[in-house]
Write a protein that binds this ligand. Structure first.
Ligand code: BES
Ligand code: MN
Ligand code: ZN
Length: 495
């Protein structure tokens, strides 16, 4: 989607030619003499329209309005959340319409903040996304251009640009997560990462089975054994700050299909396990956003990518493997494979002497039971890091909820046959998974996001959500250190 920011007052919006005009109408909108204000006031007085977030009133070739179609949409208290609901509903109402050029008018919103503009751009792009990578006839997106009208550029520009960069990242994450496993193999994920490597300040290395063996990643390699598809270990670098600045490391679970392995999953809804690389997709999406936004930080992305398949060579319950950290692991359930690939990536992260490591994984069904589809599970041994991630989730409307990590939860991971088992009992399943990971994250501040409930939607609207890219990008932007006297000059073009 092509976005443009324009300064337009309500009277000017009335005179702007476009295929569809969406005007956000907040509670108690100031009376005006322009056609939109009059129409809104009249419709509210007659009971045909309400300013509750998402309430709609449509008109065609309205008098005094140059746009062909007009949609008034309630924006309630004009909070970021209400604006998100308003833009989402209005854009959904335009689905299938022949409109190509759309104007979204935010000029009636009181004290418009950059976050509101950012959120409007993101919500609009989200509503326009259509998956067609594996369709013979693409849905054919008619919408080509969206103009966002604001009362003043100065206060909206930064939010607008953040919104556009973030939207690109979210769309990339959704696209890769949505692709079926035969169109999103570890090899193809590696190539997608390589593409990102062409963007400014991004470098990408992709390691294969030989290199992974050489690194001693015996746990990751064990999961990949059952598949004909060769594993990939993807390393992305975003360098926006001097090399001396310690990076933040993002680790994304990249199981491109999770059958469960020998501990095989039931058939019902197994197709949804193509989304088991949602963590990896969110790392790719975050890097796409970094390329656009060019913040002054360093970020490393790590993606252990493979399939989890049953096979003559596959790992069996009871097998013991040696992780890169040297710790031995008894694999009691081959379906608890996410933690087995993540633990080696966590050990690999040590070499970057990171200021923080955040892993993102569709890790446990138990997390879906605990938190549903509203909030991702947040686990961290570091209060400041947990606080920063939690706040980033709140302000980007990509919520998470902190879960406990008491040592008592690790009791069930004890075994007579290795240093640690890969599963404990059913109770507290998302926490015992996090306790397993924590054993490999002792050398840096660490947080884990369990996105099993939030990375995709099931049912008729089945599809990837792009979460938690907004949370991650918000968190990363907050990691930019205040500019000192030797602030680096940035001459790189944005992507
Ligand atoms: N990828 C799944 C987690 C998952 C399941 C996400 C359902 C979303 C919906 C993960 O690899 C897995 O299978 N976890 C097991 C762990 C168990 C064997 C301890 C689970 O949650 O059942
Ligand atoms: Mn599994
Ligand atoms: Zn899995």
């Amino acid at each position: 989607m092509d976005f443009e920011l324009k300064t337009l007052s309500l009277p000017r919006i009335c005179a702007e030619k476009c295929d569809a005009l969406i005007v956000l109408v907040p509670d108690g909108m100031a009376a005006g003499s322009d056609a939109i204000s009059k129409l809104a006031a009249l419709a509210i007085a007659s009971g045909d329209f309400e300013t509750k977030p998402g309430k709609l009133l449509g008109a065609y070739r309205s008098q005094g309005i140059a746009a062909t179609r007009l949609l008034l949409v309630g924006a309630g208290d004009a909070s970021v959340k209400s604006v998100k609901a308003a833009v989402s509903t209005a854009m959904a109402a335009l689905k299938g319409s022949p409109a190509r050029r759309v104007l979204i008018g935010l000029s009636a919103l009181p004290q418009l903040k950059p976050e509101t503009v950012r959120c409007a751009v993101l919500a609009c792009d989200h509503a326009c996304y259509s998956y067609d990578a594996t369709k013979s006839k693409p849905a054919g997106q008619k919408l080509a251009r969206v103009m966002i009208a604001v009362p003043a550029l100065a206060t909206s520009r930064a939010g607008f640009e953040e919104g556009v960069g973030l939207a690109r990242g979210v769309a990339l994450a959704r696209e890769w997560a949505n692709r079926p496993a035969n169109h999103a193999t570890p090899t193809l994920l590696g190539l997608a990462a390589k593409e990102l490597g062409k963007l400014p300040n991004i470098k990408v290395e992709v390691l294969g089975p030989k290199e992974v063996d050489k690194l001693g990643m015996g746990s990751f390699a064990a999961v990949a054994r059952g598949s004909e598809e060769p594993l990939r270990f993807i390393v992305l670098h975003y360098s926006g700050a001097p090399r001396t600045q310690a990076p933040v490391v993002l680790i994304g679970k990249g199981i491109t299909f999770d059958t469960g392995g020998i501990s095989i999953k039931p058939a019902a809804e197994m197709d949804e396990m193509k989304f088991d690389m949602g963590g990896a997709a969110s790392v790719l999406g975050s890097f796409r956003a970094l390329a656009s936004l060019q913040p002054a930080i360093n970020v490393v992305g790590l993606i252990p990518a493979c399939e989890n398949m049953p096979d003559g060579r596959a790992i069996k319950p009871g097998d013991v493997v040696t992780s890169m950290s040297g710790q031995t692991i008894e694999i009691l359930n081959t379906d608890a494979e996410g933690r087995l690939v993540l633990c080696d990536a966590l050990t690999y992260a040590e070499r970057f002497k990171p200021r923080a490591v955040v892993d993102i994984a569709t890790l446990t069904g138990a997390c879906v039971i605990a938190l549903g589809a509203v909030r991702s599970g947040l686990f961290s041994s570091d209060d400041a890091l947990a606080q920063a991630l939690s706040a980033a989730g709140d302000s980007s409307l990509d919520l998470c909820w902190r879960m406990p990590l008491d040592d008592e939860y690790a009791e069930g991971l004890k075994t007579n046959f290795a240093d640690v088992a890969n599963v404990a009992g059913r109770a507290g399943g998302s926490i015992t998974a996090a306790k397993f990971l924590q054993r490999f994250a002792g050398k840096f501040p660490w947080a884990h996001l369990d996105i099993a409930g939030t990375a995709w939607k099931g049912g008729p609207a089945k599809g990837a959500t792009g979460r938690p890219v907004p949370l991650l990008v918000e968190f990363l932007l907050g990691q930019v250190l205040p500019a000192g006297p030797v602030a680096r000059k940035r001459t790189v073009k944005k992507a």
